[in-house]
Design a protein around this ligand. Sequence first.
Ligand code: ZN
Length: 191
Amino acid sequence: MPVGANVCLWLLADIQSGRSDGGQDDGENWMVDAPRFTKHLVNKIEAMGGLQYIFLTHRDDVSDADKYAAHFGAKRIIHEYEKAAQPDAEIILKGEGDHDVGSAGILFTPGHTKGHMVLSWQEKYLFIGDHFASKPYCWFSWDDQIESTKRLGDLSKFEDIFPGHGKWFSVSPGDFPSEIEKRVATMAAAI
Ligand SMILES: [Zn+2]
């Protein structure tokens, strides 16, 4: 598994290339949050077949999303509450519900910021942005962040979790809700 800033991009590429059902989303490549625009990465993405969507979990990690979008003709996705960070994004999601875009599920998870969202891929891979960031790094509402965390436990069968910062981790099938329970307890105890 590749590591570093582009782990999410490569992960989705790997999933795509590993598909066996010939589904309609062949060739749908996503970037989750954006790194700096570099020729090296552009070459990699080109070799992968380009980029269709750039999902921006929240305002903090947009970096050079605009340059990738322009180069690849990709659509940037951000919530309206975060759009100051990327005002000309192609898809601005509104309201406090969830959305399906392409093959991805996008869940509204406010807390770390007001319009923070996470991306669910086939209900197995969860790209959580900074949703698990600790209380000192909560810029909007810690109570909302706890509520959003609880909700993730209700909804999901996730096995691989990819934070915006730090290492990705796996849980055994079916263990995600209990992992969430532990996290909620820790979060509720944070001062
Ligand atoms: Zn953040």
